[in-house]
Design a protein around this ligand. Sequence first.
Ligand code: 13P
Length: 246
Amino acid sequence: MSRRKLVVGNWKMNGMRAHLAEIEAIDRIADAHPAVEVGLCLPATLVMAASDKQGGAFIGGQDCHMNANGAHTGCLSAQMLVEAGATWVIVGHSERRQDQGETDAHIAAKALAARAAGLKVILCVGESLDVRDAGNAEAVVSAQLLASLPDGAAADWLAIAYEPIWAIGTGRIPTMEAVAMMHSALRAALAGRIGAEADKMRILYGGSMNGDNATELMAIADVDGGLVGGASLTAAKFEPVIAAAG
Ligand code: 13P
């Protein structure tokens, strides 16, 4: 099964209007690599300005509420992101699972809300260092994936991102063998739930992916792209990651 590689920058709480030129530079890199689907999940304050541009990388949000509207101070609905020009959204990032206490059930509901509004979704899962050290990371992350997976999950609107929490922003990554084992375990877990659709679904790796390790990571059979934090903040750092995907 050949799956088009998906490389997405997650800018987290970084980026001001002054960085719009950097976004345009990343757009030009995306245009130069048409075999790769490239996107940037930006702070909500930049989504509208960034999505006004032509072509290049798609623009996404980093979270959405599970409800369409209502008394939820500080939150954004999927419809609001769509109106601002987003076409994708991340749900279930470990920073939100930790900082905002989001559960698997919340994340499945957010993914469904995003889908209903017409957004595509990147659903994040990943283990803590304690779980990794205990030797049962595949079982724990597979269970987390199945618990957060929305009903009707399909490859044309959903991608998975495996992000070991201990690899995020630390410069440490699992061994290539560990990444391969995890991605293959996640695809098997998906197959148990959604059957043949699992073969089409993209499973991204995230956590300290950069220009030095992206080629090796992208070459793993079940790694279908990357969710990239720090190395997506400038065109110069993001370019080799995109190039490594094709
Ligand atoms: P880093 O690439 O900065 O480790 O962040 C990964 C991440 O959390 C992307 O969502």
